[in-house]
Ligand binder design. Structure first.
Ligand SMILES: Cc1ncc(COP(=O)(O)O)c(C=O)c1O
Length: 397
C-alpha cells in the first residue's frame, strides 16, 4: 500500500465542502435538495468587474505575476484600507493570495511553530483549527455562547493566555455565529493584548461589508498594536467573487515578507486576470455590494421569522455575514422511529435525508450544540427550506 505523509492525518477536510458534496450526490439522483450549507453569495459578479477581466485578457495580462501581487493592486488595497477603515498601509504591507484561505494559511505558517498555542474563540470558521494543526501548533478553544453574543470577553482572553501563546485568531463579522465586535469590545480586548506584547493577532475581516448593525471596526485601528495584527480580507464575499480566488493580508513588512516567501514556493502570484479585475472592484463605486447587502438584510429578517416558528430552536440574530447558527440541542435524544438524533452531525444528516435541506453541523465550528444554516439563497428557497425543516423536526419525539 502506498505510504502517505503524516501531515494528512493531522487535519480534517472541511465539513462545509463535505456537506455540499453530499447534497450534490442526492441532487444527481433527482432529489430536490435546497442548499443552506454553502458559504457564498448567490449573486453574479458585478458587470464592471467582469468587463475589467475581459479587458485584462484582451490586453494580454497573461504572464506570471509578482508573488505578492501587482503593484497597482496593492496600491488599490491600500486606498481601500484608507477609504473604508481609515488605516494607513503601504504596498510593502500587502500580500495578495489565491483566496483569503491561502492568506490565512500563509500567515499561520509564517507565525506558528510546533507546540505554540493559538487561541481561537468558538464557534470559528472550520479552516482555522485545521491550518493550526498543519503548522503543528496547539489549538486553544475559548468557548463563547449565545448568551455572550458569541463574543470572547477580556477576562476569558486573559485566562487563556500562557507563555506559549503565539497567536489570537478570530473573525468579525464571524462565520458561523454572525457576531460583530464593536469598537468598544475591541478596545477592551486591546487592553489585554497591550499587557502581552509577544502575541500576534489575525483579524479575519472577509465579511466586512456584510454587516447589519453599523460600521465595520477593525482591531488594527489601535495603532500601538498594528505591527502585531494581520488583517485578512478578500473579494469572495463582498463582491460575489468566490470562484475568482483573491484574498489579501495587511501586516508588518516582516510578516508580509514571510508570507511572500511561503507563497513563492507554494503557488507564486495569484491569477493575473483576477488581479486586474480586483483593482476595479476595490476602487469603483461599491453600490453593487451594498445592494447585495440590502438583499441579505431582507433574507436575514425572513430567516429569523421562519426559525422562530420552529419549536425548540434557540437562535441568535446575526449581526453580520450570511448565516444563522441556532442551538438545536433540544432535539438531541429524539427520534422519528427510524433515525435517532444524538448530536449536530445526526441533526444535519437527518435534515439532509428527510427534509432534503443541507446545513453544516456545529462540531465543525467547535460548537456541538449548534448547526449552521446559510441565508445566501433566494427568499423562495429559504421559505421552502424552513417549511420542510419544520415538518421534518415535528416528526421527532
Ligand atoms: C471566515 C472566513 N474566512 C475566510 C474565508 C475564505 O475565503 P476565500 O474564498 O477568499 O478563500 C471564508 C470562506 O468561507 C470564511 O468564511
Amino acid at each position: 500500500m502506498q505510504q502517505l505523509s503524516s501531515i494528512l492525518n493531522r487535519f480534517s477536510e472541511p465539513e462545509t465542502l463535505k456537506m455540499a458534496k453530499l447534497g450534490r450526490e442526492l441532487r444527481a439522483k433527482g432529489i430536490d435538495v435546497i442548499d443552506l450549507s454553502l458559504g457564498e453569495p448567490d449573486f453574479d459578479t458585478p458587470q464592471h468587474i467582469k468587463d475589467a477581466a475581459k479587458k485584462a485578457i484582451d490586453d494580454n495580462w497573461s504572464h506570471y505575476t509578482p508573488v505578492p501581487g501587482y503593484l497597482d493592486l496593492r496600491e488599490a488595497i491600500c486606498t481601500k484600507f484608507k477609504r473604508d477603515n481609515n488605516l494607513e498601509y503601504k504596498p510593502e504591507n500587502i500580500v495578495v493570495s489565491t483566496g483569503a484561505k491561502q492568506s490565512l494559511a500563509n500567515a499561520i505558517l509564517a507565525l506558528v511553530d510546533e507546540g505554540e498555542e493559538v487561541i481561537i474563540p468558538t464557534p470559528y470558521w472550520v479552516t482555522y483549527s485545521e491550518l493550526v494543526k498543519i503548522a503543528k501548533g496547539k489549538v486553544v478553544e475559548v468557548h463563547t455562547s449565545m448568551e455572550s453574543g458569541f463574543k470572547i470577553t477580556p477576562a476569558q482572553l486573559e485566562a487563556s493566555i500562557t507563555d506559549k501563546t503565539k497567536l489570537f485568531l478570530f473573525s468579525s463579522p464571524c462565520n458561523p455565529s454572525g457576531a460583530v465586535y464593536s469598537k468598544k469590545e475591541l478596545e477592551a480586548l486591546a487592553v489585554v493584548f497591550r499587557k502581552h506584547p509577544n502575541i500576534f493577532i489575525i483579524s479575519d475581516e472577509i465579511y466586512e461589508y456584510i454587516n447589519f448593525v453599523g460600521s465595520h471596526e477593525s482591531i488594527a485601528q489601535f495603532n500601538d498594536l498594528k505591527d502585531r495584527i494581520i488583517i485578512i480580507n478578500g473579494l469572495s464575499k463582498g463582491f460575489a467573487m468566490t470562484g475568482w480566488r483573491l484574498g489579501y493580508i495587511a501586516a508588518s513588512p516582516e510578516i508580509a515578507k514571510g508570507c511572500e516567501k511561503l507563497q513563492g514556493q507554494f503557488t507564486s502570484g495569484t491569477n493575473s486576470i483576477t488581479q486586474k479585475a480586483a483593482v476595479i472592484a476595490l476602487t469603483a463605486d461599491l453600490k453593487p455590494s451594498y445592494e447585495m447587502v440590502s438583499e441579505f438584510t431582507r433574507r436575514r429578517e425572513l430567516t429569523m421569522k421562519l426559525v422562530k416558528e420552529v419549536p425548540g430552536i434557540k437562535c441568535f440574530e446575526p449581526e453580520g455575514a450570511f448565516y444563522i447558527f441556532p442551538d438545536v440541542s433540544y432535539y438531541y435524544g429524539k427520534s422519528n422511529g427510524e433515525h435517532i438524533i444524538k448530536n449536530s452531525a445526526d441533526f444535519s444528516m437527518y435534515l439532509l435525508n428527510v427534509a432534503h435541506v443541507s446545513s453544516v453541523m456545529g462540531d465543525a465550528f467547535g460548537d456541538p450544540a449548534c448547526v449552521r444554516f446559510s441565508f445566501a439563497n433566494s427568499a423562495t428557497n429559504i421559505e421552502k427550506a424552513w417549511a420542510r425543516i419544520k415538518d421534518a423536526l415535528a416528526k421527532l419525539k
